[in-house]
Design a protein around this ligand. Structure first.
Ligand SMILES: C[S@@+](CC[C@H](N)C(=O)[O-])C[C@H]1O[C@@H](n2cnc3c(N)ncnc32)[C@H](O)[C@@H]1O
Length: 363
């Protein structure tokens, strides 16, 4: 069961006052395919925007008393932080049982995620693809599931000051005290069940969880996203397809080794193109999916940031990957450097996908 930690309690109470639908649960429990793609005839990506109508429903409930939030202590918060970390080869990882940890959760990884955020924003020409922008301008309740350092949320909170954003993550890597007043963050594990009552959020956003969720986890997570979304609300997922295109032999070899190792852990490195089918199967309507190609080490600003994110991702994966594929750290570094050079020569790219769908009003 989710336990509120002191700093989150203090900061979250204001947020919860604004959102009694979230409070009520905590108190009781403690497509279409229009793609931005690179084809072999063009060097620059092209993008065709979705034409979905820009609407979603909001449904607020009455205010509730917060005085019964359970007591807490600073010490338990810090003890828990320590207890939930483990260290390997100079990198810090979460220590939550049952969740894969092929990626670290230290400051360097948070920097990588910030850069990746701007890469995805550039690739899709914005932060949100679902038709919720009008609603966000008026004021909506948004969940970012697996928010990480919360860069997407912070960006959106600035763009939509009338809306309120709540981020949840298994690791306390998000801002705790210095953050926009329309944001809050809390610890929680998506696959153990989101600590919110049914029909709480107008919009649920979850991005780049492919390094953490197994097949079964994905099904659970999508069910949970749908449960906590209001009828008429939207869910948007953004994930990579880790299959590189137009790459040379070295780039292909290291990616194939990495993806096989992920699959051996029941993770889904190629989930991007499957997102829309998963949302459809889970019962969402008005599904829309699209992808954007991300050049690696060629192709202008997106190619530059694509190279940097790729290099940093491979560094983040290094402690885990070198072990599972039995490669020495020095050889690994050389392979990555050569793969990057080769990617520029061959004009290699990956595809990043989004998919969104609406929870039926009758649900
Ligand atoms: C690769 S990061 C992406 C962060 C953020 N969504 C973004 O796009 O910048 C994945 C995040 O999901 C979190 N995460 C992984 N499994 C989770 C789970 N079961 N419940 C909550 N958070 C989870 C990780 O701790 C990590 O911060």
């Amino acid at each position: 069961m989710f336990k509120l930690q002191r700093p989150f309690c203090l900061n979250i109470s204001h947020f919860l006052r604004l959102h009694p639908e979230i409070t009520s649960f905590l108190l009781h429990h403690m497509g279409n395919s229009n793609s931005k793609f690179i084809n072999s005839n063009t060097l620059t990506p092209s993008f065709h925007k979705s034409d979905s109508s820009d609407t979603a429903l909001s449904n607020r409930t009455e205010d509730r008393d917060l005085s019964t939030i359970p007591p807490y202590s600073d010490d338990s918060y810090y003890d828990e932080r320590k207890a939930n970390f483990r260290f390997q080869d100079g990198r810090r990882y979460h220590g939550v049982k049952g969740i894969a940890s092929i990626l670290p959760n230290d400051d360097r990884e948070m920097d990588r995620l910030s850069e990746e955020h701007y890469m995805v924003k550039l690739a899709f020409d914005g932060n949100i693809q679902a038709p919720v922008k009008d609603l966000l301008k008026q004021g909506a309740t948004v969940l970012s599931a697996g928010c990480g350092p919360g860069v997407w949320m912070l960006d959106c909170a600035h763009d939509y000051p009338e809306s309120n954003f709540l981020g949840i993550d298994i690791s306390p890597v998000f801002p705790i005290s210095i953050k926009p007043k329309n944001t809050e963050f809390m610890l929680g594990n998506i696959v153990e069940g989101l600590p919110f009552s049914d029909n709480t959020f107008d919009f649920v956003f979850a991005r780049l969880l492919y390094g953490f969720l197994t097949d079964d986890d994905w099904n659970l997570a999508i069910k949970e996203y749908i449960r906590v979304t209001k009828p008429g609300g939207y869910i948007e997922l953004v994930e990579c397809d880790s299959r590189p295109y137009r790459c040379g032999p070295r780039f292909k070899r290291i990616m194939t080794q990495g993806c096989r190792a992920m699959e051996a852990r029941l993770l889904k490195p190629y989930i991007g193109p499957k997102l829309s089918g998963m949302l459809e199967e889970a019962g969402l309507i008005k599904i829309n999916s699209n992808f954007s190609s991300i050049p690696i080490n060629w192709g202008g600003p997106l190619g530059d940031i694509g190279k940097s994110v790729f290099c940093e991702t491979m560094k983040s994966l290094k402690p885990w990957l070198t072990k599972v594929i039995d490669m020495s750290p020095d050889i690994y570094d050389t392979e990555i450097q050569e793969a990057i050079k080769e990617a520029g020569e061959f004009k290699a790219y990956f595809n990043m996908y989004y998919a969104f769908g609406q929870k039926s009003i009758e649900a």
